[in-house]
Design a protein around this ligand. Structure first.
Ligand code: PBG
Length: 325
């Protein structure tokens, strides 16, 4: 054939293939979400998330050293608290002795150069499992919830967190949190905003992990985004940028690559993607059936999230993948 173009020429030799590779995954891109429990000894398995654990603070301290040695430095901490500590108002979020705040203090005392991200939300602490305080009609009350989030942001900063990450989807929370942090002298603490957080069924295993999964499936569609809405996601990203977010997040990641791409193209802030629990567990489940290759699919999923525009990725695969990079 007389072809003017033969794109395959650059696909044969490995050295050329590497030279023309457009995106690469680096350990520095990975943020590991970590569950910390105030009521377990050592570490405890999470049934629906293979190789992910709930850690006691002691056991976690040892493990952080191991993770650092493999090049993982950024951790997003999530609390799992005893059910007696849960109440309708999520008051435990404002207890400076609560497990994530204590863990941050301990980690920073031993490993100063870790990056610690505090997930700000009330759902680990509310007995109804919603991300906020309910009004008399049983709906999440926006402004009361934002008030609690602002207070918990300041406690997180006092505990040593470097970044706060509101994951609740209340209106106006980024601006209010920024003002509260600044007023308390924490103008250097960054906000990683869960800006486009969709009302996704892929959060199921996470809710098992922090035991906020109620008997009847909980409906968060009164505040999280409709998976069908792209333009509304753009509006949320725009508002968070205007309110002073430092990094914009899209969550889940792989089912929403179009949103990640547009976030990157339309805003000047760094973009984070959160490969959530269900994205993790589905790859694991298929690999346990012998249907998919675990490591290759994990790597491909993360690379594709990066290609779409994510500068950083929260992923439960961080440890597994870091050991291969
Ligand atoms: C809640 C929160 C959720 C996740 C992170 N923060 C779940 C939810 O909105 O119900 C999900 C993370 C995951 O699935 O890995 N504030």
């Amino acid at each position: 054939m007389k072809l003017s173009r033969r794109p395959r020429r650059i696909r044969e030799l490995n050295a050329i293939k590497q030279m023309v590779q457009e995106f690469t995954l680096r350990k520095e891109d990975l943020i590991l979400p970590v569950f910390i429990s105030d009521h377990c000894n050592g570490r405890e398995k999470i049934e629906s998330m293979p190789e992910v654990y709930r850690w006691s603070i002691d056991s976690l301290l040892e493990q952080i050293g191991k993770w650092q040695a493999m090049g993982l430095n950024s951790f997003a901490l999530f609390p799992c608290v005893e059910s007696q500590k849960k109440c309708p108002y999520g008051k435990e979020a404002l207890n400076p002795e609560s497990v994530c705040y204590l863990a941050a203090k301990e980690i920073k005392a031993h490993f100063q150069d870790t990056i610690l991200i505090a997930d700000l939300a009330l759902d680990p602490f509310t007995d109804h499992g919603h991300d906020g305080i309910l009004d008399s009609a049983g709906k999440v009350d926006n402004d009361q919830t934002v008030d609690a989030l602002c207070k918990s942001a300041v406690i997180a900063a006092e505990s040593g967190f470097d970044i706060v990450a509101p994951s609740d989807m209340m209106d106006g929370r980024v601006g209010e949190i920024r003002r509260s942090l600044d007023a308390a002298g924490f103008e250097k603490i960054a906000i990683l905003a869960y800006s486009a957080k969709f009302c996704s069924s892929y959060y199921g295993p996470f809710r098992d992990a922090i035991s906020s999964g109620q008997k009847t499936p909980i409906d968060k569609s009164g505040y999280q985004l409709n998976p069908a809405n792209f333009r509304e996601a753009m509006l949320e990203l725009e508002l968070d940028e205007q309110e002073g977010a430092d990094i914009l997040m899209v969550k889940p990641a792989e089912p929403y690559l179009d949103v990640i791409k547009s976030a990157k193209e339309n805003f000047s802030l760094p973009v984070a993607g959160y490969q959530v629990s269900g994205e993790y567990s589905r790859i694991w489940a298929a690999s346990k059936m012998g249907w998919l290759d675990l490591d290759q699919c994990a790597m491909e999923s993360l690379l594709c999230i990066k290609r779409a525009g994510a500068d950083m990725i929260l992923t439960y695969f961080a440890e597994r993948i870091a050991s291969k990079l």
